[in-house]
Design a protein. Sequence first.
Length: 187
Amino acid sequence: MGHGSSGLHSAPQALRQRIDLLVREIAKFGAVGGAGLLVNLLVFNLVRHVTDLQVVRASVIATMVAIVFNYVGFRYFTYRDRDKSRRTKELTLFLLFSAVGLVIENGVLYAATYGFDWDSPLQSNIFKFLGIGIATLFRFWSYRTWVFKTLPAREAVSDAESFLTEQRKGSTPEEHPAPAGAGRRAT
């Protein structure tokens, strides 16, 4: 029995692969979210300086601009490999969970501004940032759980089974090339 065929080593390797995928997902989410944070704060401060809108209204406008920016980034960068077959449902759920995040984010700013009378530009930016942070935790969970779902495992298994069946029937590797990444060992 070879080292690679032991079931003892597959569980830790599978766990490591899942952790690696999660770390990459968090990094991509963070990259898009970081850019969205900059968009949010820039629009917020721009609206506050060029208009007479109240703090929370300026923040809601900035959050909505950032939501649009983030959807494009999440769909085409962070979660580009996820199921794309139900875009209307995906966008509806994204907007729903983004609206909840908007309430969380701006609720923190509202409480600071109108509950504690902390409304200097510095204080507004601090509480806007804090609200974004709290809302981001909710958004990460909800987007990955409900909006950008992974493709069903059945599709991956059936593809692998059909490939193996074709190989057993005597077809040559040239007739049915291996899927991308096949033959490479995970490190």
